[in-house]
Design a protein around this ligand. Structure first.
Ligand code: 5RP
Length: 240
């Protein structure tokens, strides 16, 4: 296997995350290239007799898991889950995250919030001091999405983020559609001052389905760098 340096780090984080997986566990499987690296290291364990059942957070992950022989079922069949393993676009040392570059933020949040543990795996480039340099994905219903986007901008201005650039995500010349059939606005907050406050304000806007701020969900962060793999664990888990 010829992996790029970044893919080698993603794989190292994925391998370390296997330590969290115990026989008999009910797992949530994240979306994205790092989450897929985890599927690749999990599959041989399953073939070797590890007994797990899983829920995928996207059609893309479900397809890959099926190809690799990882047993899948629905969230309703399996919840509550023991452990979700997922990637992130940004993570801070308090285990707050921005997710959703892969467009799976809604299912990812549903699955993570149904899990006792959420272990986030990433290469070192994802660890930040403050969230927001990566544009925050906000999933919006298609009906009136332009109006909802304007409301996102005005609510954000009132919270101290004036002139927010909210860009409709496109794919192949048309608005990108999530697995739930919604559209996404990528919102360039640049530096998020209070993730809880911003997340609540966004969730309160009619037409907003969800946003990519994951606060109080991750229980551990596995960060792989050239010099080694660091695991940052949360002492007190918050579960709603
Ligand atoms: C998908 C996500 C991904 O976890 C996130 O985009 C990270 O992806 P990658 O591991 O490919 O960098 O939130 O919705």
């Amino acid at each position: 296997m010829n992996l790029s340096p970044q893919d080698t780090l993603k794989r190292a984080a994925a391998i370390r995350a296997l330590d969290f997986v115990l026989d008999g566990m009910k797992l949530g499987l994240g979306t994205g290239s790092t989450a897929e690296a985890f599927l690749e290291v999990l599959a041989p364990r399953v073939k070797g007799g590890l007994n797990i059942t899983a829920v995928a957070t996207s059609e893309r992950t479900a397809e890959k898991a099926r190809i690799l022989g990882i047993p899948l079922t629905s969230l309703d069949q399996l919840a509550p889950l023991d452990l979700t393993i997922d990637g992130a676009d940004e993570a801070d040392r308090n285990l707050n995250l921005i997710k959703g570059a892969g467009g799976a933020l809604l299912r990812e949040k549903l699955v993570a919030s149904s899990s006792t543990q959420m272990v986030v795996i990433a290469d070192g480039s994802k660890l930040v001091r403050r969230l927001g340099k990566f544009p925050l994905p906000v999933e919006v219903v298609e009906f009136g999405h332009g109006t909802t986007a304007r409301r996102i901008m005005s609510v954000s201005a009132a919270l101290g983020y004036p002139g927010l650039a909210a860009t409709l995500r496109m794919k192949d010349g048309a608005p990108f559609r999530t697995d739930g059939g919604n559209v996404i606005y990528d919102c360039a907050f640049k530096a998020i001052k209070n993730a809880v406050k911003l997340g609540k304000a966004l969730s309160d806007i009619p037409g907003v389905v969800d946003h990519g701020l994951f606060v109080g969900l991750a229980t551990a962060l596995v960060i792989a760098r050239k010099k080694g793999v660091e695991v940052i664990e949360r002492k007190h888990t918050i579960r709603k």
